[in-house]
Design a protein around this ligand. Structure first.
Ligand SMILES: C[S@@+](CC[C@H](N)C(=O)[O-])C[C@H]1O[C@@H](n2cnc3c(N)ncnc32)[C@H](O)[C@@H]1O
Length: 200
């Protein structure tokens, strides 16, 4: 959505069906889908392989150390690196990324930090990042929101979570909670799209 807001025509590819995807969509393997002719390729490989923890089958939070999910960053980079590209992921993936910049939601006008990391072969200007320890707790208290709802990770715990998460993320179309959790807020990709225009 952010690339659309920045003026791109967007085509999405995912190996799983994405019935709520708001643009042209192809269910396909990103490792084989034809990528010639696109101005910019954006890849958000599954972050679970790189995340600090996931919910195990007995509902406990456990560190994965990348054992449960395939790490796809290296493979997709080999495929797309000859075209303008962006690879997005979470903090745990930084050691697998090539010189990524960090974008913070607060800097982009959101109320959640949701730090995400972006590797690219064009310049993405990184904002100076000021500490915001305690911000989310304070925001939750002042707005009568449960603090744990500020993270937009894992399962929603009560009715109304989806709407709250969507408002934190800047999402105004229908998405399920698991889809919201997986998604990159449009403000990030809009900024990156604008940076792409500036650098070309
Ligand atoms: C972090 S999510 C992407 C979220 C998306 N960028 C957004 O902002 O809504 C990672 C996605 O990669 C998909 N995926 C995993 N392996 C894939 C593959 N080989 N080809 C295409 N998609 C794949 C998963 O189904 C999942 O939807």
């Amino acid at each position: 959505m952010g690339y659309h807001q920045a003026g791109f025509e967007v085509v999405g590819v995912d190996i799983n069906p994405q019935p709520n995807y708001p643009f042209e969509f192809h269910q396909a393997d990103a490792m084989t889908y034809p990528i010639e002719g696109f101005d910019l390729i954006h890849a958000s490989p599954p972050c679970q392989a790189y995340s600090q923890s996931v919910r195990s089958t007995d509902s406990k939070w456990v560190p994965t150390r990348g054992k449960l999910e395939p790490k796809l960053i290296g493979g997709i980079r080999e495929r797309i690196k000859h075209q303008p590209y962006v690879i997005e992921n979470v903090l745990g993936a930084v050691p697998y990324m090539d010189n990524p910049v960090m974008l913070c939601g607060l800097t982009l006008g959101l109320v959640i930090p949701r730090h995400r990391f972006f590797e690219s072969n064009f310049n993405i200007e990184e904002f100076p990042h000021e500490g915001h320890k305690g911000y989310a707790k304070k925001y939750a208290r002042e707005n009568n929101i449960e603090y744990r709802d500020m993270t937009v990770t894992g399962k929603g715990r009560h009715a109304g979570t989806s709407d709250r998460w969507k408002s934190f993320m800047g999402i105004d179309w229908y998405m399920t909670q698991p889809e919201i959790v997986e998604s990159l807020p449009p403000a990030y990709s809009k900024y990156i799209g604008e940076q792409f225009y500036e650098s070309t």
